[in-house]
Design a protein around this ligand. Structure first.
Ligand code: 7RM
Length: 635
């Protein structure tokens, strides 16, 4: 098993070693896994190209490490607990032996349906056990999974299927989330009608049992393809640098990009960080409330916990259904020891009152985690007092889709906590702050752009089908550094506090949304001439979406217009990208070279127009006053 650090002293020692001799450090971690063939060389890297390779020449299968490896020692231990949306339905659980068998059966079904090593399989599913089984089955046979969050629209799904040329889509009939029933299969059909020529087969998991149309020779039921499949499936021999999965994420420009993670490094890093950040001990029950549609679900519901032989919970529902006590009810019911969620959920539940956690026995909780966005002080303290009862350390974990695993986080019980700080780098992680020119700020106490100087095993390798984009977005801003897109502050003890994105990415309820994507969607509305989207502070969501829109004439009914804009955004991207506020404007502040001055738009949206300062260099300084006026009546 990978190293579990047990004291702050040890952390300091291990960190020092990991930075002085990274290859030795990571080789020692990697050695604790099952390899079909040992690697020849630990690391080769070049941030210019970029070209990053870990455990070169090594052969492995991540599922052999998630499943087979545990069968002897914990075959009867629960691997996965599934808690359904409807609390009156029974929960399900799978032992390691059972999960192993289910994964093998579906892996065989994939093979029977023409899926081979290297093929891309898209998953568009709710949080049901079959989603975890499905992606592990892909990994078992060397197929590449691309999970698309089931809240995205048919349009967004089609774009992602096409970008990765997926050969198969796995979905469910319907998705029940809270009181809603979402016709998942119908959305898939709509997406596939948009020219997804690569898709040969659609496998449909019967979730709610509602009626769906099945297309002949293309659509098959999950339970049918499993018929007669063997409970054993030889794991494919994968190279360390073969692709494990693609996961799409938003950036400041253009369409979402497919972040690529590879087998060897991702395995070593997610297991190592899971064990250390959550201080997981044998027998503990761990729950991460994320959706597998995001990286947090990939790394810390499925791979990290299973690699570490943990018991991991998968939750189908939402925090407020049937009432705002649901999370705490689940914690009590399964005696959860580590609980990992997002600040937006904490704020939403905090707003419902202290009585909800008060109804439940939360004494099993040992560690609390936060991820996805900066956690504000009020939420941190509520989480600490009302959920952790002042005795469960909070780990504020900072990382990204691109980093594959947690890079900066306190280690619970080891580090002295500093509220709202992600604190210190994990072993092997070398963060730095740079100024706008890319010069490293050596002074300890500083604020700057967060970069990473040295590779770590689970870092992004490329953006699928477009390596140049990967270079340009992450490795070209500053020479020889990985640029995170985040700004951060560092205190005199070297602890980091993440401030947030410095690019045109908005973090809405912990979800990354590119302003350009939302603008493109809004511009699809027939009456829209131009739009500009910025983030603004939002009490629950962290950031909300604020859209400035120029229309081709007066808008007759503003409420109808707002509904139409929301509808078009929902259609192009999905409901998560709907603007919270819309301001119809006559013009946008522009520089003489025609660039929109987003800084001004952000200030107006935040109601801080008094801080705008000098606007005389603008091409059209007169619009600023009318923007300020209009903000008060924004829809
Ligand atoms: C894991 C995940 C990444 C962006 C990242 C940050 C923000 C994530 C924290 C955070 C402050 C944190 N992946 N972010 N964690 N900001 N404190 N603990 O969220 O790719 O979807 O988003 O999220 O801006 O760049 S992600």
């Amino acid at each position: 098993m990978t190293l579990q650090i047990e004291s702050f002293q040890e952390y300091k020692k291990v960190y020092k070693e990991s930075v002085e001799k990274p290859e030795k450090f990571w080789a020692a971690q990697a050695r604790t896994f099952t390899w079909m063939k040992k690697w020849d060389k630990v690391l080769e890297w070049n941030f210019k190209k970029p070209d990053i390779k870990w455990f070169i020449g090594g052969k492995l299968n991540i599922t052999e490490n998630c499943l087979d490896r545990h069968l002897k020692s914990r075959g009867k231990q629960t691997a996965l607990i599934w808690e359904p949306n409807d609390p009156s339905r029974p929960y399900q659980s799978y032992t390691y032996q059972e999960l192993y068998e289910e994964v093998c059966r579906f892996a065989n079904a994939l093979k029977s349906n023409g899926i081979k090593k290297g093929d891309r399989v898209c998953f568009y599913m709710p949080m049901v056990p079959e989603l975890a089984i499905g992606i592990l089955a892909c990994a078992r046979i060397g197929a590449i999974h691309s999970v698309v969050f089931a809240g995205f629209s048919a349009n967004a799904l089609a774009d992602r299927i096409k970008d990765a040329s997926c050969k198969m889509v796995v979905c469910s009939d319907y998705n029940s989330r809270g009181a809603k029933n979402i016709p998942v299969k119908e959305i898939v059909d709509e997406a596939l009608n948009q020219g997804c020529k690569s898709v040969e087969t659609v496998i449909v998991h019967k979730n709610t049992g509602g009626a769906v149309k099945m297309k002949k020779n293309r659509d098959k039921w999950w339970h049918d393809v499993l018929k007669g499949q063997k409970k054993e499936c030889k794991p494919a021999k994968m190279d360390s640098e073969d692709i494990l999965f693609i996961l799409y994420t938003s950036g400041s420009t253009g369409t979402p990009k497919g972040v690529v993670h590879t087998c060897g490094g991702y395995m070593v890093y997610t297991c190592f960080t899971f064990k250390n950040v959550f201080q997981y001990k044998k027998g503990d029950v761990y729950w991460c409330t994320a959706d597998i549609g995001w990286i947090t679900g990939h790394s810390y519901i499925v791979y990290g916990p299973l690699l570490a032989g943990a018991t991991t919970i998968m939750f189908e529902g939402v925090p407020t259904y049937p009432d705002p006590g649901r999370f705490w009810h689940v914690c009590e019911k399964h005696r959860v020891n580590q609980f990992y969620t997002a600040p937006t959920a904490i704020r939403a539940l905090m707003a419902q009152g202290d009585q909800w956690p008060g109804h439940y026995d939360l004494s099993s909780i040992k560690v609390l985690g936060s991820v996805g966005e900066p956690i504000n002080s009020e939420a941190w303290h509520w989480y600490d007092e009302k959920i952790g009862k002042g005795k469960s350390p909070i780990v504020d974990t900072w990382w990204q889709t691109e980093t594959g695993g947690i890079l900066i986080s306190p280690l619970p019980g080891l580090h002295k906590l500093k509220p709202c700080y992600a604190q210190l780098p994990m072993p092997g992680i070398q963060p730095c702050l740079v100024d706008a020119e890319g010069k490293e700020i050596k002074k300890k106490e500083a604020e700057g752009l967060l970069c990473i100087k040295f590779p770590w095993p689970s870092m992004i390798r490329t953006t699928y089908g477009d390596h140049e984009r990967c270079r340009q977005v992450y490795f070209s801003t500053f020479e020889n550094l990985y640029f995170t897109g985040d700004g951060a502050r560092r205190d005199k003890d070297g602890h980091y506090r993440i401030i947030g994105r410095v690019d045109d990415v908005i973090n809405v309820s912990g979800h990354r949304i590119g302003t350009a994507e939302v603008e493109n969607a809004i511009n699809e509305h027939a009456q829209v001439i131009e739009s500009a989207v910025v983030g603004f502070p939002h009490d629950i969501k962290g950031q909300g979406i604020y859209a400035y829109i120029i229309t081709d004439g007066p808008v007759a009914d503003k409420e109808v217009f707002k509904k139409e804009v929301n509808a078009v955004v929902t259609e192009v991207i999905g409901p998560i990208a709907k603007p919270d506020r819309i301001q119809i404007v006559a013009g946008l502040p522009k520089t003489r070279s025609g660039k929109i001055m987003r800084r001004i738009l952000r200030k107006v949206a935040a109601g801080e127009a008094d801080q705008i300062g000098d606007v005389s260099t603008l091409l059209n300084p007169e619009v600023v006053d009318s923007l300020k006026e209009g903000q008060k009546e924004a829809l």
